[in-house]
Ligand binder design. Structure first.
Ligand SMILES: [Zn+2]
Length: 503
C-alpha cells in the first residue's frame, strides 16, 4: 500500500481537497456512486453528534440507563430514516446481559484503631475476595529483604517500578504508573510471604488515586452466559493503595493488627445492541449483508478532570454512530444489490462485549455477512490522513476487501493512508481495540476505519465542539463508498488464506 500524498506545494485544506479531486475523479465518482451519496451531509452529522454526545446523554456508559437512553435515541433515528428493525420482537434492540463482578462497598479494612473506607481511603485492582486478620509490619520501600513480612500485612511506601511499562494511551500516565508500581511492589512482598499489602501512594500515584478507585470499584465485565455458571474466585493476598495523606498514620500504626475483609459480589444487568437493515435489490444477493459497525456507549460519568465529570465520547464513538445514520439515509434512498446491516454494539468500552455477543448470536447467519466495516473515532487529527486497520498482514484478512476500500478512498475522500497504526509493532495495539475484532477472529472479512487517538481520548474533553466535521463527512463518505462497492460487487470479498493474528 502506497501512502497517497498531495504533491501541491501549498494549498488550503479546501483547495487541496478540490485539487485532489481532479475532474476525472469526479466523473468516475458520479459513475460509481448513486446521487444518494449527497445525503451524507456535514450539517446532519454535526446536529446528530451534538445530540448524541451532549451532556444530556451523560457519557452513555455501557449497561447503564444512560446507554439505554442513547440507544433509544439511535433506534428512533433509524425508524425515522426507514431502516427495518432487526432486533428482538420486531424492535431495533437486541438485548443481552453484562455479568459484572466487583469488590462490594461493604468490604472493610482496619489497621489498629483506624478503619479505612474502601474506595475512599484505599483502592485496589482485581476482584478476588479476602478474609485476613494479621499483624502489620512496616516494610519501608520494600527493598530491605531482611524485614520479615511472612504471615503479616506489609505496609510499605510505594516506589517507582523497576521497568517502565509500554507507552500506550490507555488511561493517564499516572494511572499506568500507579498500577505498574502496585503490581511490582505488591508481587515482591507477597512472594516474601505477606498475606496482605498496603502501599502508601507516592506523589505520582496520588494523582491517579481517584482513577484507581473509580476503575477498581467498577470491577470486571463480561457477557453473561447462563450456560457457564460462575466459579468462585480463590482468595488472594490483596494489594491495596492507600491515600498519600494517610502515610504517617499508617506507618506509625505498624505492628498493630489489621483486618482486611473483601467481599466479592457478582450480578447481571442488561446492555443492548441496536440493529437494522436496508434490504438489497438483487434477489440473488440480498441475503448477503455488508455490516456497518459502531458502538454507542462511552465511559459515562466518572471522576472530575478540570471541572468536568462527563466523559462525552464525541469522537469515541459518537462520530461513527452518527456516520451510520448518514449512511443509512443514503442506502435507504438508493439501496444496493446486497443488503446493508447497521449494528451499534453496546458496552464496547467494557471490553468489546456487544460485538462478542453479536458474533455468538448474529441477527443474520455469520456466513451471510460478506464484510464488516467498523469505524471508531473518525473526526480528529490531520484533515488529510486516516488509518485503515486490517489493511496489511498480519491484520489483513481479505485483500479483496482492502482493494475495494482503497478504491473507495480514491473516489471519495482521497485520504493519505496512515499505515503505522496497523503494524504489529505499533505500541498502541490499536487493531485489537474495537468491534471488528470478534468478527475478524470469526473469519468474517473486516476493516477498521479510524482517525486514530489524540490527547482528549478517554477524557471528559472528548466533546462535540472538538470534532473536525469536514473530516468526519469525508470519513463517512469513504465508509459509505466502501460499503457501496462491496454491496454491488459480483463476487463477495474472499478471506485471505492463512489469516492469523499475532495475538
Ligand atoms: Zn471506541
Amino acid at each position: 500500500m502506497t501512502p497517497r500524498r498531495f504533491t501541491f506545494a501549498s494549498c488550503t485544506v479546501l483547495s487541496c481537497a478540490l485539487l485532489a479531486h481532479a475532474p476525472s475523479v469526479h466523473a468516475q465518482q458520479a459513475k460509481t456512486f448513486p446521487a444518494a451519496i449527497s445525503l451524507i451531509r456535514q450539517t446532519d452529522l454535526q446536529r446528530d453528534l451534538f445530540m448524541l454526545a451532549g451532556d444530556a446523554m451523560r457519557g452513555r456508559e455501557g449497561g447503564s440507563i444512560d446507554e439505554l437512553r442513547a440507544s433509544v435515541w439511535i433506534a428512533e433515528q433509524l425508524r425515522a430514516i426507514g431502516v427495518e428493525p432487526m432486533g428482538d420482537d420486531g424492535s431495533y434492540l437486541q438485548w443481552w446481559n453484562i455479568r459484572r463482578t466487583r469488590i462490594g462497598a461493604s468490604s472493610t479494612v482496619t489497621v489498629g484503631e483506624q478503619s479505612l473506607d474502601m474506595w475512599r481511603d484505599v483502592a485496589m485492582t482485581g476482584t478476588a475476595p479476602a478474609e485476613i486478620s494479621a499483624a502489620t509490619v512496616w516494610a519501608g520501600d520494600g527493598r530491605d529483604t531482611t524485614i520479615d513480612v511472612s504471615g503479616k500485612v506489609a505496609i510499605a511506601q510505594l516506589i517507582p517500578p523497576p521497568t517502565p511499562r509500554r507507552q500506550t494511551s490507555v488511561n493517564s500516565p499516572e494511572y499506568r504508573y500507579a498500577r505498574s508500581a502496585m503490581q511490582s511492589l505488591g508481587f515482591a512482598l507477597t512472594r516474601r510471604g505477606a498475606v496482605g499489602v498496603i502501599l502508601i501512594a507516592d506523589s505520582t500515584a496520588q494523582i491517579a488515586f481517584d482513577g484507581v478507585a473509580n476503575i477498581g470499584s467498577r470491577g470486571t465485565y463480561r457477557v453473561d452466559n447462563p450456560a457457564t455458571p460462575e466459579r468462585a474466585q480463590a482468595m488472594r493476598a490483596p494489594v491495596l493503595l492507600a491515600r498519600r495523606s494517610l502515610g504517617a498514620a499508617l506507618q506509625s500504626a505498624a505492628g498493630a493488627n489489621a483486618t482486611i475483609r473483601l467481599h466479592q459480589e457478582s450480578f447481571t444487568y442488561p446492555s443492548v445492541n441496536i440493529v437494522g437493515r436496508v434490504l438489497g435489490t438483487d434477489a440473488a444477493l440480498r441475503d448477503e449483508y455488508v455490516l456497518f459497525s459502531s458502538h454507542q456507549d462511552h465511559d459515562g460519568v466518572r471522576y472530575d478532570v478540570a471541572g468536568d465529570s462527563i466523559w462525552n465520547g464525541a469522537d469515541d464513538n459518537g462520530t461513527t454512530s452518527v456516520a451510520l445514520l448518514a449512511i443509512a439515509r443514503a442506502f435507504k434512498q438508493t439501496p444496493a444489490k446486497r443488503s446493508a446491516l447497521f449494528v451499534y454494539h453496546g458496552a464496547e468500552e467494557r471490553g468489546l462485549l456487544g460485538s462478542n455477543y453479536h458474533v455468538q448470536n448474529p441477527v443474520v447467519p455469520l456466513s451471510q455477512i460478506v464484510a464488516v466495516l467498523n469505524g471508531d473515532m473518525l473526526g480528529r487529527n490531520s484533515p488529510d490522513s486516516a488509518a485503515l486497520l486490517g489493511s496489511q498482514p498480519p491484520h489483513r484478512n481479505s485483500a479483496d476487501l482492502v482493494a475495494l476500500a482503497l478504491k473507495a478512498n480514491q473516489l471519495t475522500s482521497g485520504f493519505a493512508i496512515d499505515s503505522l497504526w496497523d503494524r504489529p509493532s505499533h505500541p498502541e495495539g490499536w487493531y485489537f481495540r474495537s468491534d471488528h475484532l470478534p468478527y475478524a477472529r470469526a473469519n468474517v472479512p473486516a476493516l477498521f476505519f479510524s482517525s486514530n487517538l489524540h490527547e482528549d481520548y478517554h477524557t471528559p474533553r472528548d466533546e462535540p465542539a472538538t470534532i473536525d466535521y469536514a473530516k468526519l463527512t469525508r470519513m463517512t463518505q469513504w465508509l459509505y463508498g466502501t460499503g457501496w462497492l462491496v454491496a454491488n460487487t459480483a463476487s463477495r470479498p474472499r478471506l485471505d488464506a492463512g489469516f492469523r493474528l499475532e495475538r
